[in-house]
Design a binder for this molecule. Structure first.
Ligand SMILES: *Cc1c(COP(=O)(O)O)cnc(C)c1O
Length: 390
């Protein structure tokens, strides 16, 4: 089978030519002063894009490692979490919390709705002793967001720390870690910024460090240890790594940040992603399909969930689009795998007319499989939105 001509999934995302060239650079010795300088500078640049002055741990593994490290670092026997669930990533997160001895209060809403901050306020007041709140900023298997900008300050007012899985919202929509009191935020290289799946970017507030230091079961001497990063890298003048970093992933990420800056910076990136999302939603609806999100305000800038129409399965549609048209789309995960077709519009895919490719391939495939759709109306709606100036 040939490579897909277009990879338009909920992540990983395609890399630009510049980022791919950086990935192919010669390996640099990790404690070469040039690499140390570049790595340290990258930490500060990423912090800037996340809106924080907190420490950054650039963990050398895919985002799930950063999430698990944060979960285990903050959780000891009896640590009480409020876990806010409107999708599969949040549901999985609770497994680590329980495994680490945490007590988990679950607040689950239907997966096509967002968490209501008023409920968070009420639950925190009712319990009075919740230590930490976990929230997923955007669930990529459905394209649903949560109002993290309201949830963080509410948790803070109740004396609880907030951990936000902002992997998919990073540079695709607003993320203001400090203003929103996000004690731990986890983002990654392989979604909006368009680098490789290989790096977890974790910001940690002083209060979150204090909790980890006070937690006897926080990992130490482990690949999952944020405290090792703190003592052996951050607090040791950043002169020696814990282990050899994935040098080329780091270089690719650094160049992805350069490119984002050259394309107008963070604000421009958010505007591009918002336009691609609007175009996708307009095209989906004009074609006669249904969005997953009940309310458009809860739909993400990074990816759009489409309800699988009657008469076909998500697997049939995804496979047909891939085999016949060379376009890779993705489906929901877990319980959502059979219900949702996802169109990713992150990074490179938020530029130019990639959304048009995704929708015409989806429309053609559905028509091939016997589902009536108006492909022309969809294409027209996408083109209209994409022609709006940024
Ligand atoms: C992409 C993503 C992750 C990282 O997980 P992978 O599926 O391994 O890419 C974690 N959380 C969220 C919300 C994500 O979108």
């Amino acid at each position: 089978m040939d490579n897909a001509s277009f990879m338009l999934t909920s992540g990983p995302t395609m890399m630009s030519d510049r980022v791919r060239a950086a990935l192919g650079s010669q390996v640099i010795y990790d404690t070469d002063p040039m690499f140390l300088e570049r790595f340290t500078r990258l930490e500060r640049r990423l912090a800037g894009l996340m809106g924080t002055t907190n420490d950054i741990a650039l963990m050398q593994a895919e985002a799930v490692v950063g999430l698990e490290a944060a979960a285990r670092g903050l959780t000891g026997r009896g640590t009480k979490w409020l876990n806010l669930v409107n999708g599969p990533y949040a549901a999985w997160f609770a497994d680590w919390l329980r495994d680490a001895g945490g007590e988990v209060v679950t607040h689950e809403v239907p997966y096509d709705e967002a968490v209501d901050p008023a409920d968070v306020e009420r639950i925190l007041a009712e319990h009075g002793d919740i230590d930490c709140v976990a929230v997923v900023h955007c669930e990529t298997p459905s394209g649903m967001t949560n109002p993290v900008h309201e949830i963080g300050p509410i948790a803070h007012a109740h004396g609880a720390l907030t951990l936000s899985d902002s992997v998919a919202t990073f540079v695709t929509s607003e993320l203001r870690v400090d203003d929103w009191h996000l004690d731990v935020a986890v983002v990654a290289g392989h979604k909006g910024i368009g680098a490789t799946p290989g790096i977890s970017i974790v910001s940690v507030s002083p209060a979150a460090w204090d909790r980890m230091h006070a937690n006897p079961s926080a990992p130490r001497g482990s690949f999952l240890s944020l405290l090792d990063w703190k003592t052996r890298w951050i607090d040791s003048d950043r002169t020696d790594f814990l282990h050899a970093p994935s040098v080329n992933d780091v270089l690719a990420l650094d160049v992805a940040v350069d490119e984002l800056m050259d394309l107008g910076g963070l604000e421009a990136s958010i505007v591009r992603h918002a336009r691609a999302a609007r175009a996708t939603r307009a095209g989906v609806q004009a074609m006669g399909l249904e969005l997953w999100a009940r309310r458009v305000d809860d739909a993400a800038n990074c990816t759009t969930g489409v309800r699988c129409p009657a008469g076909v399965t998500t697997r049939q549609v995804i496979d047909h689009v891939r085999e016949r048209y060379g376009v890779m789309l993705s489906m929901g995960r877990g319980d959502l795998a059979s219900e949702i077709i996802c169109i990713g519009h992150m990074g490179l895919a938020a530029r130019s007319f990639y959304v048009q490719v995704a929708l015409s391939a989806l429309g053609r495939a559905l028509d091939d499989l016997g589902v009536a759709v108006d492909i022309g109306a969809g294409a027209d709606a996408v083109a209209r939105v994409m022609s709006e100036p940024l």
